[in-house]
Design a protein around this ligand. Sequence first.
Ligand code: ADP
Length: 207
Amino acid sequence: IETEGLTHYYSNLCALDKLDLSVKKGELFAYLGPNGAGKTTTIRTLTGLIRPSRGRALIDGLDITERPMEAKARVGVVPQRSNLYGELTAQENLVFVAQLYGLPRAQWRTRADELLAEFDLTDRADALFATLSGGMKRRLTIAAALVHRPSILFLDEPTTGLDVQSARALRQTILRLREQGVTIFLTTHQIAEAERLADRVGIIVKG
Ligand code: ADP
């Protein structure tokens, strides 16, 4: 991930102020800052959800504004609030995401089942997403972000709101993904979490 002078305004408010950042392939980068610092805005610009007001961002060498489809195919995003559907089961959610990402039909179920197993959710495959515990919801949301095997994973405050045990288990999961070679960009407002997990830490305050 490379950014140059990345800037974003919400009308008059400068949420991101000329950010220069570089994250190496395979690195676990923690992006640390207080609430309102601009962390989510950074993720939204890096993943093409909002257009930066100025500056540019490269994802795996691809400009996110100029080549958004190719860049997006390389990233997975785990937002703070899950983007999965409460009225679908765990497995149906993953199959649906596989369809959205254009996986061949023959792979929908197998990829879903593979991820359910990897995230220790096989026995909850038929449970509605809405009925899962907080930790399970977060795990399934991460699984969904990995359906298309992205090389870069963005995690927005992944352990916020989880109980101590679920948070610890999730940190192990994040480290496991890093060992598999996934580049991880993780936001947090907890210094201890950044120190425990990250290869490098970036600090953002007021954009
Ligand atoms: P963080 O993720 O670090 O908590 P955000 O990127 O969410 O910070 O927010 C940065 C700043 O931008 C904050 O002052 C926030 O209130 C403001 N902001 C975020 N989203 C919007 C929006 N959609 N419209 C206007 N202001 C926003």
